[in-house]
Design a protein around this ligand. Structure first.
Ligand SMILES: [Zn+2]
Length: 47
């Protein structure tokens, strides 16, 4: 059940309204709506 809940890459909380980004390492990460701004600043690419 919890396995389906993605945690936000930035704040490590349960991601509500998650967006998927590719990090510097090329990993696909989940970022919650509140941390999208951070992801954009880190130049993560949107999936
Ligand atoms: Zn977050």
């Amino acid at each position: 059940m919890w396995g389906r809940v993605k945690k936000c890459f930035v704040c490590q909380k349960k991601a509500i309204d998650p967006r998927r980004y590719v990090s510097d390492n090329g990993d696909v990460v989940v970022v919650c709506a509140q941390c999208v701004e951070y992801a954009e600043r880190r130049a993560f690419r949107k999936v």
